[in-house]
Design a protein around this ligand. Structure first.
Ligand SMILES: Cc1ncc(COP(=O)(O)OP(=O)(O)O)c(N)n1
Ligand SMILES: Cc1nc(C(=O)O)sc1CCOP(=O)(O)O
Ligand SMILES: [Mg+2]
Length: 571
């Protein structure tokens, strides 16, 4: 398995990482440039027209390279003409010098010859640009072959995309396109999963195989997509080299013209705004889902979705199931979900999808809810400090012991739990869930990498609270599927306390996460938070904050706790 790059613990390098993570915003000062290399749809529902509207709606500056002009309405495609090679190359080269892309989305390509020219341009010119600037440009390819009215859009019905091998970040075929690409019928979702994996290997890229165009044949209530990925930078190792089933409520509408174009251009725009691939996919799916619910029909054929800006309604986001992935599944543990979620979304899994999810276990009993606010939540690594903070009045504290070789690990946990009971405070134990259960701790705090290996049913059955870490939209959704007692959002600022696989998230991303999850779970921000940052963090609307150094490295940790708690309450 390829190791993700680990960001350094020196905070100046991490600050530099923060700087290269602009968030989509509507001000002209910081709009990221995204290109759409695609065809014109004169009907305005799909192609370049859909791409530019989407990219702009998500706060990016869109540029276009038109490959094809189609005379198209919502009911027919009457003429398709590819642009000349000279015009294609002139657009690409003219843009590259002045408006270089952060991310490129590729849609309709007129012919096999044009397809190979674009691949060649990426191989030569874009590669040279990336070498010179040291900036990696993600490329998302939507292998468009048919219009939604069923008419062919390219000269050949099935194009061969093999010359894009190694050039793409993500390929986004629907089930019809996937069948053409692998030259096999795909009678069910399982065949679709195998084809997606085959294509991911063949083109050396991630694949999002969309099941939406299967209508009710797979599952009348839910639309299932398969996401297959290899190594993905800045993402948890557990979520790399993995396959996921992404499930959304099926929106009952025929107004689906241009949804594929919109999804792939939304993925491109969201990546250009500094989000990792996994996040771009789930946010783009929510964007399309929300848009379809508000779709309209301007002609007599299929209508189009409405663009409603950055999504923030949790029910529009897909749920995520990790699929067993032969030799590459990171763990052979269990994945958990609330019983309610399994009952609503996955009752049909066995009937319609003969996939093998990594063993799915249901959590029937809820984790103990947090009463009142967590406030300022210190995380400490010894019981002397824990006792001092309890004496100073902390109501919530976490014992985070990382030295597994220490002989007194169990005794430390037992003592921390006893101290918590003595002070009637909530003591959370990090990582060591078996010992936390054994000694009757108030709660446990677990990271994403613990989620497949810890026995979450045993934790719930022990009447304990559960706190979960997250570092992205994708991880937030995975964590929310367990209905934990609180969700931690990290790391917001650079930290020297631990080495992280992800980048510091920054305040803009924190605000986005808060608008998605606020009210569903108590939200705790962590990572690099100190006195100077309390007000900015509070302004995002996050409920509580967890700190290590701001308390443990203060001259008087007890005084620091009291002062910071008061400032947080007043901020
Ligand atoms: C409140 C809070 N948030 C996040 C963490 C990090 O937990 P985890 O991801 O398990 O990483 P380690 O702490 O084990 O390094 C936390 N401990 N507390
Ligand atoms: C333990 C921990 N977990 C994080 C996460 O993002 O999950 S950040 C972090 C360290 C926070 O330490 P400090 O307050 O000293 O920056
Ligand atoms: Mg942990």
């Amino acid at each position: 398995m390829v190791k993700a790059h680990l960001w350094p613990t020196d905070t100046r390098s991490q600050e530099a990482c923060l700087d290269r993570v602009p968030i989509a915003c509507k001000s002209t000062a910081c709009q990221s440039i995204v290109w759409s290399i695609a065809g014109s749809d004169s009907g305005g529902g799909a192609g370049i027209q859909a791409d530019l509207a989407t990219m702009q709606d998500l706060g990016c500056h869109p540029c276009s390279v038109i490959t094809t002009i189609t005379a198209q309405s919502s009911v027919e495609v009457s003429l398709v003409e590819g642009v000349s090679n000279a015009m294609l190359l002139a657009q690409l080269n003219t843009l590259l010098t002045d408006l270089p892309p952060k991310v490129i989305k590729i849609g309709l390509l007129a012919s096999q010859e044009q397809l190979e020219r674009v691949a060649n341009w990426l191989t030569v010119q874009l590669a040279e640009h990336q070498r010179q600037t040291q900036i990696r440009v993600a490329v998302i390819l939507d292998p468009v072959m048919l219009a939604s009215c069923g008419d062919a859009l390219n000269a050949q019905k099935a194009l061969n995309f093999d010359c894009f091998k190694g050039l793409l970040t993500l390929l986004t075929p629907n089930a019809t396109e996937l069948a053409l690409l692998v030259e096999q019928p795909l009678p069910n979702a399982s065949a679709c999963l195998h084809a997606a994996k085959q294509l991911a290997t063949r083109l050396d890229c991630a694949v999002l195989a969309k099941g939406g165009d299967q209508g009710g044949t797979w599952d009348p209530l839910w639309a299932h997509d398969v996401f297959v990925c290899g190594a993905v930078p800045e993402v948890s190792l557990d979520h790399q080299n993995a396959c996921f089933l992404l499930t959304n409520e099926r929106v009952n509408t025929h107004n689906n013209h241009g949804t594929g174009c919109t999804l792939s251009s939304a993925i491109a725009a969201i990546m250009a705004s500094g989000f990792v691939l996994h996040d771009a996919i789930v946010v783009a799916k929510a964007y399309v889902s929300a848009g379809l619910k508000a779709s309209y029909q301007p002609g007599s054929g299929a209508g189009v979705l409405t663009r409603l800006g950055w999504p923030s309604t949790l029910s529009d986001f897909p749920s995520i199931v990790m699929l067993a992935n032969d030799e590459t599944t990171p763990h052979d543990g269990h994945q958990y979900m609330t019983q309610a979620l399994v009952a609503s979304r996955y009752h049909a899994l066995a009937t319609y999808l003969d996939f093998e999810p990594v063993s799915l276990r249901q959590i029937a009993k809820p984790f103990t809810p947090i009463k009142g606010a967590l406030g300022l939540y210190p995380v400490v690594d010894d019981n002397d400090m824990l006792a001092r903070l309890l004496a100073a009045g902390t109501q919530t504290v976490q014992l985070r012991l990382k030295d597994l070789s220490r002989h007194d690990l169990e005794a430390q946990i037992e003592q921390a739990v006893a101290l918590g009971k003595q002070y009637k405070a909530r003591v959370f134990i990090n990582d060591h869930w078996q010992l936390a259960i054994k000694h009757g701790a108030y709660g446990v705090h677990l990271g994403q990498e613990d989620l497949l290996v810890a026995d979450l049913v045993a934790i719930a059955n022990a009447n304990m609270a559960l706190g979960l870490s997250s570092h992205s939209y994708f991880e937030l959704i995975l964590a929310s599927q367990l209905a934990p007692s609180y969700l931690a959002l990290g790391h917001i600022f650079p930290t020297t306390t631990k080495v992280m696989p992800s980048l510091p998230q920054g305040l803009n991303k924190l605000s986005r996460y808060v608008s998605l999850m606020k009210g569903h779970f108590p939200l705790v921000a962590i990572g690099g938070i100190d006195e100077t940052r309390l007000e900015q963090v509070k302004a995002t609307g996050v409920d509580d904050i967890a700190v290590v150094r701001a308390v443990t490295q203060a001259a008087s940790p007890a005084d620091a706790f009291v002062t910071l708690s008061q400032r947080w309450a007043q901020a």
